[in-house]
Design a protein. Sequence first.
Length: 745
Amino acid sequence: MKISLAIRTFASMSVIGLASYATSAMAQDGDTVSTSAVDEAGASNSSAPMIVVTAQKREERLVDVPISITAISGDELADSGVTQFHDLSQIVPGFTSEQYGDSRVGRMTLRGVASQQDNPGKQSSIGVFLDGVFLARYGAATSELADIERVEVLRGPQGTLFGANTASGLINIVTRRPSLDETSGFLEGMLGNHAQRELRASISTPIVRDALGFSLSAYSVNRGGLTENVTTGRKVDNLRRLGTRAKLYYEGDGIDVTLTGDYNRERSECCSAIPVVTLPGANIFGVPIEPLVPEGAPFSHETIQNTTNTNHHQGGGISAEINLELGSHTLTSVTAWRRWDINPISDIDSLPLSVLDNFFIDQRHDQLSQEIRLTSPSTGLLNYVFGLYYFDRTSTNLEILQPGADIAFLIMPGEVGDTTISSVLDDVSYAAFGHIDLNLTDRFTLSAGGRYTREEQDIDFTQTSTNFAFGTLGNIQRSRNESYFTWVVNARYELDDDLTVYASIARGSKPGGFDLTRLPDFNNFEFEDEKNTNYEIGLKGGLFDNRVQFSSALFLTNYSNFQAVGFDGLNLITSNADLFRTKGGEIEFTALPTDGLTLQFQASYVEARYVRFPNGTCPPGIPLPCDLSGKRLSHAPEVTLGASAEYRAPLGQSMEGFVRVDGNYKSDIFFQQNLDPSAYQGARTVFNARLGFETESGFLLEAFARNLFNQEYVNFVYPSPLSTGFYVGYPADRRQVGLRGRFSF
């Protein structure tokens, strides 16, 4: 009943949005408005502001960039209640980011392609950048979005200007720059159910007016446990995060410099796997499991594991960006060092038995990067960007898995029984790149770009074991040295000043790597590099005095040697699928049909299937391998939809009231590569709502509800290791309600 109501409401919102689009179109009288300014001054009460992005390493209007992009301002993030990285899934079509267990094993999906970095030997198909700096580990980004200027989500291969690990797209996070002319900032607090307490603050002020500015932001996020551990009698799955960022900005004659330092830490007791599916006869070494499962699982939000899961990690970095004017050109240097450490503990059997408890991992990742680029002026027949890039990462990994007392028969006689994995990875990358725009007419532009990359990886891996579940493989040392060329060619035509059509072909690449985790043998220890070619056409722009802004694209992408990750019930296996194809389209628009009313709609359709993959994983009980050719990809919903409606109206002369409702829909997905029907989630729809007021003096107070209708669904399901017929997973958070207050100055 709740699901049916949610779908009907979502459909109504979508129809209202489309109807309002048509109504606003018929109501126009043909007047035009200048869009020559590419900043906030171009906005008015009756038109949406033109969005400026840096997707091509220079500031450009979103409408002028021949790439499928979703760009969200910091204000829009706040209005949508998006405070952490995973929340972007609510407002970006075709994108999913979710955490399964600790931050190490989160997963991003874009255009049907999922990326996961559970061990240091794996790299991502979807890159994450923070103020122009590549983050080598996706988990380092999945914290709070603090003091954000904007977030850009670029779809399709972006290797020419952003490098490897962007074969499927990227997320570019841009934080606010310190002010040089006035002091500004905010103080924000939030209280909610489940003992939710959040505090955020930011201040930006000039030190030397018009020359030197400083900013400081910080946050503290705390929430009580959402899960009841019926074995230990404790509330678990809480949230404990804090972080800070400081920036110094200097602007002089022909030069500007930005220095940034940031730090974040999490000490959560998270994330407990909960029983999801218990098949008839489910057991672990003959012990029946069904009597152990709580009634109402999984949506009773009760775990039965007998030990604690932790998600402890910390990281940060420093960076310097220097822009130097050389005549009409700009020379840019971006230097950065970052570190991210994570040391979680997990009960991976998820049972009230001493089986595989206290699984310990300690990963440390250090990276150093340097980029230098030369950018031409944006006017004239020829515009170009040329650059050099260097990247160096060292990652260490220690894993200790100890069988418990209830499976002591697996321990070798006279031994402790532990399986220990240790590895060191050195990854060095060099690249040279360039991108050229040829403006053949005032409206028609041809562009081409290329990037040559050299990637060198050296690993030292050791696996020892004194139990019968895993073998002692000893030590292995290997190197991978590979070079690849990524490129893009596109054409863009301006139908008018605010309406652009484009076509693009791009080649992407993702380095090969190593499975640096527990292994049955060395047969699948190394996997090959992944390549893809993307074909895309798009139409984007503003209509009706920019009261409607939209972006749309159709795409087809072929992947060769796609790095597919499967789970065989005990081990994660990475293998190369010969050929995989994803195709579909996205559309999103913002409409302002009347003063005070803002409507938004996003939709994505993706068909992602293996074309040729004879060596896939199999459902439980079927011997390897299974031919998955023609099968759909896991973690790839075919349809995602999003819609929001926000209305603002004056409440007296110095106060404004607002109400906002938004929803997002995702069609069904399988969670395992083998399309196991027990690891499946049907279509689901989630709504959020906000109601409040804001004064001219800068005070805001609102009530909010996340997952308004308390929709029940799971984010991930997998077979419990060593068990038969027993599946565990991670249900979505229950409804959260609360109050948010904010004072801006």
